[in-house]
Write a protein that binds this ligand. Structure first.
Ligand SMILES: O=c1[nH]cc([C@@H]2O[C@H](COP(=O)(O)OP(=O)(O)OP(=O)(O)O)[C@@H](O)[C@H]2O)c(=O)[nH]1
Length: 633
């Protein structure tokens, strides 16, 4: 396939399209992809309101569709595919998410809500790479979404019903098929047309290109492919022998490069280590007429070298509330932003450009505006805002990490060097700490919890439990999530008095507030509330062995047989090099440590918890559940 070499890369692979949609099949078949069709049995019933933004719903549904097929093929048919592709298309108008109409009335409702208006069509896509290890299915998910804006003409009642009676709307998101009769309803389309039809082909190819040919942005010379369109993301594509056809190999190559280890000699180098040869570079004749290959540009290392600049740009823009100023589609010129944040115009312009280059802002001739993800995650008052954690990273972690060299030499946390008199635990010695410092810390924990609570709350079926005590549960985000998912649960958050005194400003408002009890106490010193499930979320990794012993002995003693302990932590792989987030967190040198799955299992077993189950969520926090031994054990 000359036009798009990535499609050619999949020729030798068992590719499965987890979709019954004839349109998706046609779009992919038209570009020469060879695949089997195994429609997914996943029911599209995810709770829409639990997603911050509609495209996350489409992505998650696409992911679940693909994973269901991967699991089924692996278990039932003992045939593990190499790649499973899932997709989900939705239409959004105002705050509503429209899927396929259930009947003609529903189609009528949908189409009349679109009449005369612009709406968005989102398709979420998941590319699941599968492998089988010890007969277990292992999956790596890559996902993305594409948005296309479509405007409908005003539709008369007659036209609407005529269209509905044609039968076309029934199996189509939003109740219309743009590729057929529905095309007559459309005034304009902004974006990828095929995305509306059900599959964003261009974005899919770019994603495959990223996976199969990791970008070498600064490569010295690029091979020219006359037949390849000069789309930015396709620029490094080559079908030369130096390419790997397995993105997992690229992944591990990146991982090794990330660690700064020479690629060719490293243990993890894939068998076909051709992937580490310079890609897309051409030989250059030196002065003596000998052809030389320029060394591969160390783009990953350069990225790491510059990483601190990018982090600091994000921190400063957040601290100066730039993303708050540019929220809700507001477009401002540098001078306006500078005036509002009381900063120099030239400095502000540089900061805005830096944010644009990092994909946080969009820059047009009219000015700067937030990208979708900045709107969702960086505006300080948004439900899933990371602003609190970013400020904590800037005001606290940054200072700790400037002392990393000493921290490594001494093997200790550098709180004293970084903050003078402060003690290690913000909440243990109130005389040293301002209320602001405590609130900043709580805001940081709150923002991370907002992002992780759903994964933790749904990692296991908790319907057998009646009462839960979240020890160190801070502002109660996980507690609320648990009650929402299991309305019969009685959840208590147990945390230090200083924390409990401040929780009120973090409580959700509105009709759907879930009842949670907050109890003040110190889990090392005080009696624990009774419960049949205890939770420790992001607690153990910060504690030394002695404190862990005190805490787990106490929980074990109070737990009756059949009760359980749920840990939420980042679980390291057995080599303890992944995920990098946990490994890098270790560098702050708290007295605790990050653990692998087997280490958490051993730890729980040591304190009388058996049948330990571990759920790797693939997001920030994983979950580990162990049950207190019955006396028969
Ligand atoms: O203009 C058009 N808009 C949408 C479509 C088709 O609509 C459906 C969207 O539904 P969904 O993403 O849930 O996919 P399904 O058809 O249920 O198939 P899966 O097995 O993949 O769940 C999709 O078929 C689009 O092609 C259209 O044709 N035109």
């Amino acid at each position: 396939m000359a036009l798009n070499p990535v499609i050619g890369k999949l020729v030798s692979k068992r590719v499965v399209l987890a979709s019954a949609s004839p349109r998706r099949q046609e779009i992919l078949a038209n570009v020469g992809l060879r695949f089997e069709v195994v429609p997914s049995w996943f029911k599209e019933t995810l709770e829409k309101s639990s997603f911050a933004v509609p495209y996350e719903y489409a992505i998650e549904t696409a992911k679940q569709k693909a994973l269901e097929v991967a699991n089924r093929m692996h278990l039932k048919h003992l045939r593990t595919p190499d790649i499973v592709i899932g997709a989900d298309t939705i239409v959004t108008v105002g705050k509503q998410i429209l899927e396929k109409p259930v009947d003609k009335q529903d189609a009528y409702k949908m189409l009349s809500s679109l009449s005369g208006k612009e709406h968005s069509v989102f398709t979420g896509v998941a590319i699941v790479h599968c492998s089988s290890k010890d007969n277990r299915l292992e999956t790596e998910v890559t996902d993305f979404y594409e948005e296309t804006k479509v405007k409908f003409a005003e539709l008369s009642e007659e036209l609407l019903w005529e269209y509905i009676h044609s039968g076309e709307p029934m199996d189509k998101a939003g109740g219309y098929g743009i590729q057929a009769l529905g095309g007559m309803l459309v005034e304009y389309v902004h974006g990828d047309f095929l995305n509306v039809v059900g599959f964003p082909l261009n974005h899919f190819c770019k994603k495959l290109a990223e996976l199969y040919y990791p970008p070498l942005k600064h490569t010295i010379q690029h091979v020219k492919h006359d037949s390849i369109p000069s789309v930015e993301t396709f620029e490094n594509l080559s079908d030369g022998e130096s390419d790997s056809s397995n993105p997992m190999q690229h992944k591990s190559a990146n991982k090794l490069e990330r660690n700064g280890v020479p690629l060719s000699g490293a243990i993890h180098t894939p068998v076909n280590s051709g992937s580490i040869q310079p890609v897309c570079t051409v030989a250059v004749e030196n002065q003596s007429g000998v052809m030389e290959y320029p060394a591969k540009f160390p783009s990953k290392i350069v990225e790491l070298m510059d990483g601190f600049r990018a982090s600091k740009a994000l921190f400063v823009a957040s601290k100066l509330k730039v993303f708050d100023l540019l929220k809700d589609k507001c477009i401002l010129k540098p001078v306006d932003v500078a005036n509002k944040i009381e900063a120099s115009v030239c400095g502000t312009e540089r900061l805005l450009d830096a944010c644009a280059s990092l994909g946080l802002l969009e820059k047009t001739h009219q000015g700067y505006s937030n990208t979708d993800s900045a709107n969702t995650y960086l505006v300080s008052d948004r439900e899933y805002s990371l602003h609190g954690y970013i400020i904590h990273s800037n005001d606290r972690l940054w200072h700790l990490f400037t002392h990393l060299e000493v921290a490594v030499k001494e093997g200790t946390m550098q709180t004293h060097q970084a903050f003078g008199k402060e003690t290690e635990d913000l909440f243990q010695d109130s005389s040293y700490h301002s209320v602001e410092a405590k609130q900043r810390f709580m805001t940081a924990m709150h923002s991370i919890a907002k992002l992780t609570a759903r994964d933790v709350a749904t990692a296991f079926d908790l319907s057998q439990f009646r009462s839960v005590c979240d020890l160190g549960g801070c502002t109660g985000v996980l507690a609320h999530e648990l009650v929402q998912k299991n309305p019969n649960l009685n959840v208590t958050v147990f945390d230090l008095p200083d924390v409990i005194a401040n929780v009120s400003c973090f409580q959700p408002s509105g009709q759907h507030i879930t009842p949670v009890t907050f109890t003040a106490g110190d889990f090392f010193k005080d009696n624990l509330p009774e419960a049949d499930l205890y939770i420790l979320s992001l607690i153990l990794h910060d504690l030394n062995d002695e404190k862990i012993h005190i805490l787990l002995s106490k929980i074990s003693a109070i737990c009756k047989p059949g009760s359980a302990l749920l840990l939420a932590e980042i679980v390291l792989d057995e080599e303890k090099t992944h995920p990098p987030r946990a490994v890098l967190q270790s560098l702050s040198m708290t007295e605790g440590k990050q653990r692998s799955g087997s280490e958490y299992k051993q730890l729980l077993e040591k304190y009388g918890f058996t049948n330990v189950q571990i759920k790797i969520t693939g997001n920030v926090l994983d979950a580990i559940l162990g049950f207190k031994k019955t006396s028969a054990h």
